[in-house]
Design a protein. Structure first.
Length: 279
């Protein structure tokens, strides 16, 4: 890239099959979700398959091709049902429409590995998408990808949390020692919604493990953390670190429509813009 600038497109939650699942919810199902803070508003017909997700994700990939960034990163919940081969194959088919000179990076979401990941689920994810904790570089920028479902509930695989936090610290140390201009983290779950000291809930990383990640982010002066999971946009600031939750490619929850985010990094700045998809 010229002038050491880096451009990328962040997507989140294409979640093939969610529209169909939502269309079949009973009033009792919707009420149960409201108790967890998930306000589902859908009044359309009952849907089968994933035609809506196909349309939205195709548009997202076509838009990325027009932007022509260095890479695209998809921050989790690629499918609604990780056991559905049909959902997975449609996701992969459309992702292959991305121009071959644009790199594509996957980030594990809770619908990909479970709210409470198991060894079997993690192994299946590796087979489908590759490693779930990894890093890469573009110009003078260092990017770290984390499987935040392990941060959410590692009780079935406690060694994975130890590995993740050690990996994060090691990678941040490498980035700092090589004087990378920007250090960026990608994961699925936000650290918090409004306050770093807020209580635990379905949407965020629990406070005990959240605090450890925040300590490292602060110590190593991370430029930004990009996430998904909320199916709407959310912007927070933690010291000098931007915390950006990006709205979904797929089914939106709240007032933000489906969309993607274009991020540009220069020597002295980080800017981003959310663009709506029409579907």
């Amino acid at each position: 890239m010229k002038n050491n600038n880096v451009s990328f497109v962040q997507m989140a939650d294409p979640q093939f099959g969610m529209y169909s699942s939502i269309s079949k919810l009973s009033d009792a199902d919707k009420a149960e979700r409201r108790q967890r803070g998930i306000n589902i508003e859908y009044t359309g017909p009952i849907l089968e398959g994933f035609a809506k997700e196909t349309s939205l994700f195709t548009e997202a990939i076509e838009t990325a091709n027009k932007i022509n960034p260095d890479f695209v990163v998809i921050c989790g919940d690629m499918v609604h049902n990780s056991d559905s081969e049909e959902q997975f194959q449609e996701l992969i088919r459309i992702s292959r429409l991305l121009n071959e000179d644009i790199k594509l990076y996957w980030v594990a979401g809770n619908h990909d590995v479970g709210d409470k990941p198991t060894r079997a689920g993690l192994n299946k994810y590796r087979e489908q998408f590759g490693e779930y904790n990894y890093s890469f570089q573009e110009e003078n920028c260092y990017f770290i990808v984390l499987n935040s479902s392990i941060c959410y509930d590692p009780s079935s695989v406690p060694d994975e949390w130890d590995s993740l936090i050690s990996f994060l610290e090691k990678e941040l140390r490498i980035a700092a020692s090589s004087q990378q201009r920007h250090k960026i983290i990608f994961m699925h779950h936000p650290l918090y919604l409004n306050d770093p000291n807020e209580g635990d809930n379905y949407f965020v990383i629990p406070s005990e493990r959240r605090a450890k990640i925040i300590d490292l982010i602060t110590e190593y002066d991370v430029s930004a953390v990009f996430t998904g999971h909320l199916h709407k946009n959310n912007y927070q600031k933690l010291g000098g670190t931007e915390l950006v939750s990006t709205g979904p490619v797929g089914f939106p929850i709240g007032n933000d429509p489906s969309g993607i985010r274009h991020v540009q990094l220069t020597e002295h700045s980080l800017t981003h813009k959310y663009s709506t998809l029409n579907g």
